[in-house]
Design a protein around this ligand. Structure first.
Ligand code: MG
Length: 392
């Protein structure tokens, strides 16, 4: 069995390494070079619903596998990241820094400074190893992956490899092709699983960390709560939908408690304060405003902070009327302004069992939570900057 298919706490090195890139907001597509005998039936986890994952047959040497994968990347690709399947612990941040350095310098390699003194050896007559020289340790860096390249730079490096130069990594081929390669500070934890001892250490670490999903790295959660008094002569707007009722919620806007609670949950997750700070009652601009519009604006404020809504869930509490028949319309309305699928919006109705002001029908309340995750925009810099590179 190829070592990349060995299991760490139930998931292979390959699956874990691919997952780092499936989850990474800067990466658009993934190409996996597999041993030829696995091509007919690639592991099922390589089928990602979130971004394209292509499988190609690898070659005899590492550089042949990279050349094969390079052939199948999207032609619009700006930056290509190369990563060893045997390094399942690279952080999202390390991948981002390597991509950013490649954008700036053309080629970048993650590397850690050697903590051991490095000797160049020679074999003496008779076969004994002797020290030829001692290298200056402060200048010695041990290369890891990820390594990232602008597409044209990698094309030249691959051409250098095809002309016969053998290489243990692509950065050295880029050097030979005459390109400067930027060193990005690597990570000690980003080990290459090579020996049985490495595998044992990696398995212990994977076990300690449990099944952490890198997709939710950087995720933020927020809660929201709202309550409005119910009075005669007002429409009852809940989740953007007018619910037939003899009474409605009192407020400056449409007093939609569900939208207000979700708005606060989103603002809270993004540490942006609350609805009153952004859309104050005292500002005539928000008189009679649609709360769906406030919700849309709150999501845009979070997006400016590099955060995208993953899902929201709300509970609306009122004694009457029953809201069950309107829940589907509410979910669609909220999903539309948030730009997410209705399947990512939960809304439930409850009564307060006749207890307290809500139970007496004097008020309507709502509770909400929102989950946000780092969006592509943040990882790729400000919205006003140049368009993000396309990354394979
Ligand atoms: Mg309110």
């Amino acid at each position: 069995m190829p070592k990349q298919l060995l299991l760490l706490a139930g998931r292979s090195l390959l699956e874990r390494s691919v997952a780092l890139f499936v989850a990474h907001p800067q990466v658009d597509e993934i190409v996996v070079a597999l041993p030829a005998h696995l091509i007919a039936a690639p592991p099922s986890y390589l089928a990602s619903s979130r971004k394209p994952v292509r499988v190609v047959a690898g070659g005899a040497r590492r550089q042949d596998s990279v050349a094969s994968a390079f052939q199948s990347i999207d032609r619009r690709t700006d930056v290509v990241v190369i990563h060893d399947a045997a390094r399942p612990f690279a952080s999202s941040d390390l991948i981002a820094r390597t991509i950013d350095a490649a954008v700036e310098y053309g080629a970048a390699v993650a590397a850690v400074q050697s903590s051991d003194t490095v000797k160049r050896a020679r074999t003496a007559t008779g076969g004994d190893l002797l020290v030829e020289e001692t290298l200056v340790r402060s200048t010695i860096y041990l290369a890891q992956t990820p390594q990232a390249f602008q597409r044209a730079v990698l094309r030249e490096a691959i051409a250098a490899g095809a002309e016969g130069a053998d290489a243990t990594d692509e950065a050295s081929l880029a050097e030979r092709a005459g390109h400067a390669v930027r060193i990005v500070e690597g990570e000690r934890a980003n080990i290459k699983v090579t020996t049985p001892e490495d595998l044992a250490e990696a398995a212990a670490r994977a076990g300690r960390e449990g099944e952490w999903d890198p997709a939710i790295e950087g995720a933020r959660i927020g809660t929201g709560y709202d309550l409005h008094r119910l009075v005669e002569g007002r429409p009852l707007v809940i989740g953007g939908i007018v619910v037939p009722s003899d009474r409605g919620a009192l407020g400056h806007s449409d007093a939609d408690v569900v939208c207000h609670a979700i708005t606060d949950a989103i603002l809270g997750a993004a540490s942006l304060g609350d609805i009153g700070r952004h859309f104050p009652d005292s500002d005539p601009q928000w008189q009679g405003a649609s709360s769906l519009d406030l919700l849309r604006r709150a999501a845009a404020l979070a997006a400016d902070q590099g955060l995208a809504v993953v899902n929201v869930d709300a509970t609306v509490v009122l004694e009457r009327p029953k809201v069950a028949d309107h829940i589907g319309a509410m979910r669609s309305a909220v999903a539309r302004v948030l730009g997410i699928e209705p399947g990512r919006v939960g809304i439930k109705g409850k009564t307060n069992e006749g207890v307290d002001a809500v139970g007496r029908g004097e008020a309507i309340a709502a509770h909400a939570v929102a989950l946000l995750r780092a969006s592509v925009r943040r990882a790729r810099g400000s919205a006003a900057g140049p368009p993000p590179p396309r990354v394979a």
